[in-house]
Write a protein that binds this ligand. Structure first.
Ligand code: MEV
Length: 440
């Protein structure tokens, strides 16, 4: 039976492990060994990781792979990807190579505005609230100067603050809806600090606004928080080539490939069941680079999926067309990313990943990440509409199955050779291992 515990966070790391091992595991020795096996031998590095979060007991590894040959706006990139799914990096590399031979990816940042809101309750006359807001707006900005000074020096800061009447949705509910430019920072801390300052000034000054009645003076702040929905922090990535250049083998013509590919995209545009999986494939590429570069993949996920539903129905993030014999495949997505602040200057592997990407600005990183998403979707649709997904997927998954069976290096070599010309299924691999083991 598991137990509750008081003061867990105050315990030392080893005492935390002792308690967990004692409370939850039957093979205590094994559990203890596995947890400690993942500690880094460099104590300073381990301490850095311990201090990222509360109650760290060990490290959780993900493979960091790289996908080379990405030509983006005529610059070559090798893209770092942190991901556990076997086929993702291979698919990205394949798509990169395919488009390298066809002019590469073209990208453009459309906009970089981020949003934050102070949500509040006001019981009274809207005209008076509007009058108070207009009077106080310059003060909201002035009182935030200590927070915004550095960002402003670099060309960013608060863009605007609007008063929004939300009383059609909830009685007495209003917002300060603010927009920000946070340059190379993802900006969550900056935006939230500004919003909390707006809330403080707004609430305090309302108490002194003589036009308000006693009740109207009591503005009730519910919360102040940035929005991870960033439809105005938008990037576009695109590939295009002549339709006849789309085929790289004799089994399918460029025209047939383009027709099927566009049908697949059209299906994801109209059918939410398909759109979710289609976009999941895009996020395979996006999340992997977002994670490798120390950015917040949950924020990106939430924002991207909201954007995919912006017309009231969940739909494809990518689009494709043929015009004048040219096939074009593109995507526009919102991405709030940072290349300064957060983990970017702290995590040694993140620093390395950013250097690998030529130390990008946030705008440059938006473009790289969008390309990783588009490439992933291209690779997935290409497989789905030609060979089917399982061929490539299972080939990459083969090593996982072999590792499950603790195959030796020799066994891996023999079996991998065998499956170069045979279809990989779980049972076929098990059969091959058993056969090999009986023989030896
Ligand atoms: C698997 O992780 C992703 C795919 O399902 C995406 C898709 O279906 O487009 C292959």
């Amino acid at each position: 039976m598991s137990k509750s515990i008081a003061g867990f966070s105050k315990l030392s790391k080893s005492k935390k492990i002792d308690w967990i091992v004692e409370t939850y595991f039957s093979n205590k020795e094994d559990a203890n060994r596995i947890l400690k096996q993942y500690w880094n031998t460099d104590e300073k590095l381990q301490q850095l990781h311990d201090e990222f979060i509360e109650n760290t007991i060990t490290n959780y590894y993900l493979p960091l792979g790289v996908a080379p040959n990405f030509l983006i706006n005529d610059t070559l990139y090798t893209i770092p990807m942190a991901i556990e799914e076997s086929s993702v990096v291979a698919a990205a590399s394949k798509a990169a190579k395919f488009w390298l031979e066809r002019g590469g990816f073209k990208t453009r940042v459309i906009s970089t505005t981020k949003i934050g809101q102070v949500h509040f309750i006001y019981k009274g006359d809207f005209n008076k609230l509007k009058q108070f807001f207009d009077k106080t707006k310059p003060k909201l900005i002035k009182d935030s100067k200590a927070i915004t000074a550095n960002m402003e020096k670099r060309g960013g800061g608060i863009i605007d603050i609007e008063l929004r009447d939300k009383t059609d949705d909830i009685k007495d509910y209003y917002q300060l809806h603010a927009s920000f430019e946070t340059l190379d920072a993802m900006g969550a801390n900056f935006i939230n600090s500004c919003l909390e300052q707006f809330a403080k000034t707004f609430k305090n000054d309302a108490l002194k606004f003589d036009v308000f009645s006693a009740q109207e003076k009591q503005i009730d702040i519910v919360m102040s928080i940035l929005s991870n929905y960033v439809p105005d922090c938008l990037v576009r990535a695109e590939v295009s080539c002549k339709v006849e250049d789309l085929s790289d083998n004799d089994t399918i013509s460029g025209e047939d490939f383009a027709t099927k590919f566009i049908q697949a995209v059209n299906i994801a545009e109209v059918e939410p069941y398909r759109a979710v999986t289609h976009n999941k494939g895009i996020m395979n590429g996006i999340d992997a680079v977002v994670l490798a570069t120390g950015n917040d993949f949950r924020a990106v996920e939430a924002g991207v999926h909201a954007y995919a539903s912006r017309h009231g129905k969940y739909s494809s993030l990518t689009h494709a067309k043929i015009e004048n014999g040219i096939f074009t495949f593109w995507m526009e997505i919102p991405l709030a990313l940072g290349t300064v602040g957060g983990l970017t200057g702290l995590h040694p592997l993140v620093k390395l990943a950013l250097e690998l990407l030529h130390k990008p600005s946030a705008k440059a990183l938006m473009q790289i990440v969008a390309v990783a998403g588009l490439a992933q979707n291209f690779a997935a649709l290409r497989s789905l509409t030609t060979t089917g997904i399982q061929q490539g997927h299972m080939k990459m998954h083969l090593m996982n199955i072999l590792n499950q069976f603790e195959a030796s290096n020799d066994e891996k070599e023999t079996i991998t050779e065998h499956f170069k010309t045979n279809t990989v299924t779980h049972s076929a691999v098990v059969e091959a291992i058993n056969k090999l083991r009986v023989k030896n």
